[in-house]
Design a protein around this ligand. Structure first.
Ligand code: UGA
Length: 430
């Protein structure tokens, strides 16, 4: 099939590469000329494991191409994916400007085309948006509007798009469903065929629920800290209940990234606009916002203040295997610790350059051991394996004081305590 993917950000690019890998002919469209040039040369503007080699392979096989011109390619496209960004507006509500612009441009081209097209909304959009877009195309009987949300995790995006947990198809016409089934013919995964509105809600509800699990565990971890219980053991015991399951029970310095903070806020604002309230989700957001503060307060208690202390930050991206720092807890930590007068040295395998643009006055080093040299304390911010699997003897030799703050509960707490480290995790009592 011929596909057009409009918007080559993280979702669009992964979608384009993965459909090209499945044998479809895909053209990725973006308005940013430099980005298109880069992609045409086989260079990925984002770091995502496996993406760049597959991008290059697909370009060589000519199953994938990139262009700035929607006009040239709409006519031949069976399926047109809309993957433009829907960032948070100043009121926390999703900003649909880019999507609206893309739809407007697209409409002029599909109107001129004779071919049957499926226009797929992949961007995360407030519930009701896809139906409004469908209404725009109402007179164009050869155009079907489908909602097909993404459930990709950064760092595993390609794998998630090839082996998805489910495929959700929000459509109201048989013809559109048949085309979507053909498109996904090579993927084995449970399918949910539903309305566009339900598909949009499934996306928000999934992210909101995962965020809720994390904030629940983070708040519980604070209580565990006070009571001398260990959140990791609690999570293990809870996760064995098949109704709960073990995933997303990890306490830490909070969730970040381009999805959970934005999508929870958008859902909260959506409810408000409709004179409804999602008080539970508001608390989820507030717990997350205060988690770094809580952790810094515990650190300050442990080492009697951080003023003029040399602190190593290990990991800066919002999670491992990505260079994405959007809403990363590391940024809040830097702000907070600088305000308290700490002297910071940071290490991240790939995200340092991005953080350096925001905080040029920190030291950035290229190995965790360089960050630990003469440090009075170290904080594990992102559980990169480079930051987790350390030679502890060497760590102890490097540091001025063997004090470890484990913001991801990923270091071996018991072993470290037995070996003379001062260790503080998030709600751990090993
Ligand atoms: C998330 C969802 O997991 C995807 O299903 C969804 O498609 C995506 O958002 C999206 O809407 O595009 P992602 O933001 O890539 O994916 O990252 P996650 O792996 O979900 O992690 C989000 C944050 O939660 C990270 O900061 C991570 O460190 C934190 N987290 C995760 C915890 O603090 N504890 C956990 O147990 C799990």
């Amino acid at each position: 099939m011929n596909l057009l993917v409009i918007g080559t950000g993280y979702v669009g690019l992964t979608t384009a590469v993965s459909f090209a890998m499945q044998g479809h002919h895909v053209t990725g469209i973006d308005v940013i000329e430099e980005k298109v040039k880069l992609l045409q040369q086989g260079k990925s503007p984002i770091y995502e494991p496996g993406l760049e080699p597959e991008l290059q392979r697909a370009l060589t096989k000519e199953t994938l191409a990139f262009s700035t011109s929607m006009a040239e390619h709409v006519g031949e496209a069976d399926v047109i994916y809309l993957c433009v960004g829907t960032p948070s507006g100043s009121d926390g509500f999703a900003d649909l400007r880019y999507l609206e612009q893309a739809v407007e441009t697209l409409r002029t081209f599909v109107q001129a085309s004779e071919r049957e097209h499926v226009v797929v909304i992949k961007s995360t959009v407030p519930v009701g948006t896809s139906d409004r877009i469908a209404a725009i195309f109402a007179e164009d009987k050869h155009v079907h509007v489908v909602t097909n949300p993404e459930f990709l995790r950064e760092g595993r995006a390609l794998q998630d798009s090839l082996e998805p947990s489910r495929i959700v198809i929000g459509a109201d016409r048989k013809e559109a469903i048949a085309i979507m089934d053909q498109l996904y013919a090579k993927i084995t995964a449970p399918r949910v065929y539903t309305t566009r509105t339900n598909a949009e809600m499934i996306k928000y509800a999934s992210n909101a629920f995962l965020a809720t699990r994390i904030s629940f565990m983070n708040e519980l971890a604070r209580l565990c800290h006070t009571l001398g219980a260990d959140i990791e053991v609690v999570a293990e015991g809870m996760g064995l209940d098949s109704r709960i399951g073990p995933e997303f029970l990890g306490a830490g310095v909070g969730y970040g990234g381009s999805c959970f903070p934005k999508d929870t806020e958008a859902l909260i604002q959506l409810a408000r606009r409709h004179q409804s309230s999602l008080s539970l989700l508001e608390t989820v957001r507030d717990v997350n916002r205060s988690q770094v503060d809580w952790f810094v307060e515990r650190m300050v208690e442990t080492i009697q203040g951080v003023r003029q202390k040399r602190i190593a930050l290990l990991g800066l991206s919002f999670k491992p295997e990505t260079d994405d720092i959007r809403e990363a807890p590391s940024l809040t930590l830097i702000e907070r610790l600088q305000k308290e007068g700490a002297i910071l040295t940071a290490f991240d395998p790939i995200a340092s350059l991005h953080v350096k643009q925001l905080y040029p006055n920190l030291s950035y080093v290229s190995s965790p051991y360089d960050a630990l040299k003469n440090a009075d304390a170290a904080i594990l911010v992102t559980e990169w394996k480079e930051c987790v699997q350390l030679d502890w003897q060497r760590v102890k030799q490097q540091m001025a004081q063997p004090v470890l703050f484990d913001g991801r509960n990923a270091w071996p707490a018991g072993f470290l305590k037995e070996n003379g480290f001062t260790y503080l995790g998030v709600g751990r009592h090993a």
